[in-house]
Design a protein around this ligand. Structure first.
Ligand code: TRP
Length: 335
């Protein structure tokens, strides 16, 4: 008799525990589902390329049904190209416990990486993630970071310069020494050009304030100037273009947005599409379909030919018929 009662008590206690556990975990689950996800976007600074990338990210979230303030919270911050801003914002994202953190440009991702090894981080256009020490293997990132590279089609860009500038022998490259992305591209382009028997003159700057002096000196000693996807030069592209144009020197930039700001031509990636690819990573992570550790970095190969007719006229340069036809068909001509 005593034994049976003890058994009953035990069974009832067990049943109560199971019921409690069922409701408790069930509720916790639904609470988690109801809380709207938070995405932190950290953009290094404003220049047309990074702004386009950010737009591509936001449009892609919208296209996938995420409406800011309704079923997602998008926390956007611009670091104004300032290291201490980068640190403060990164820490803030971690404190806010964002579900995904996006870094637009290399320094943003480096700063987010320093702030968290747990929260998933998506790279918005980091040219050389391995070279910048962000991840050790682009195919198998291994940790909490994956995303998109904006590595430009350098061979096609060099080919374009050779087509447009007759008897090309000497190229100048201007880049910012502290910009990991620009440095990586400068080295690759330098190697490529040298291999093809061209002379390369490389000049570095530390800030936008150096563009006037360094750009002028460079334009005096080369036949044309190439600019990698350099965040500082991108923000001072109009200035560089006007300096070079005064000396009748064309500037070939690595990105289409920089052609709009006074470059002569490029075969470049669409910055908006880079943003779209970045946004797709965010969506897949939010929907638990993607683990950064096992998701390869996205590389985009397709360059768009963009010709700036206005600059060509100023520089007295005539694009060949075949280039113009190609741009009309598959690219863009700015008039
Ligand atoms: N690749 C740059 C970085 O890693 C960011 C970037 C993307 C960029 N598109 C650009 C810079 C166009 C200059 C121009 O920091």
């Amino acid at each position: 008799m005593k034994h049976t009662r003890r058994l009953y008590v035990t069974l009832i206690a067990l049943a109560m525990f199971l019921i409690f556990a069922y409701f408790y975990t069930g509720r916790a689950d639904s609470q988690k589902q109801n809380a709207i996800p938070k995405v932190g976007i950290l953009q290094l600074m404003s220049h047309p390329a990074l702004d386009q990338i950010n737009k591509g990210i936001n449009d892609t979230l919208k296209k996938n049904g995420y409406v800011d303030g309704k079923n997602i919270k998008i926390e956007f911050q611009n670091a104004q190209n300032d290291q201490s801003n980068l640190r403060t914002i990164s820490k803030q994202f971690v404190q806010d416990n964002v579900d995904v953190a996006v870094g637009i440009a290399t320094p943003s991702v480096q700063s987010l990486k320093n702030a968290t090894s747990k929260i998933p981080i998506v790279m918005g256009a980091v040219t050389d993630p391995e070279g910048a020490g962000i991840i050790s293997n682009n195919k198998k990132p291994g940790k909490n970071i994956t995303g998109v590279s904006d590595q430009a089609p350098l061979e096609a860009q060099l080919e374009l310069m050779k087509q447009v500038i007759p008897n090309l022998k000497t190229i100048g490259i201007i880049y910012t020494s502290s910009d990991a992305s620009a440095t990586s591209q400068m080295k690759k382009m330098q190697k490529l050009a040298k291999k093809q028997g061209l002379n390369v003159k490389v000049s570095s700057i530390n800030s936008v304030n150096d563009i006037q002096q360094v750009g002028t000196a460079l334009a005096e000693s080369v036949q044309t100037i190439y600019v990698p996807t350099d965040n500082t030069v991108a923000s001072g592209m109009k200035l560089l273009s006007s300096i070079a144009t005064k000396q009748n020197i064309a500037v070939f930039p690595a990105a289409t947005t920089m052609v709009k700001d006074g470059g002569l031509a490029t075969v470049g990636l669409s910055q908006y599409e880079l943003g779209e690819e970045t946004g797709k990573h965010v969506v897949r992570i939010l929907e638990h379909k993607e683990d950064p550790a096992t998701t390869p970095v996205t590389f985009m190969k397709k360059g768009h030919l963009m010709l700036n007719e206005k600059m060509a006229k100023k520089l007295n340069i005539q694009f060949s018929d075949s280039l113009i036809k190609e741009a009309q068909k598959k690219g863009q001509i700015l008039k």
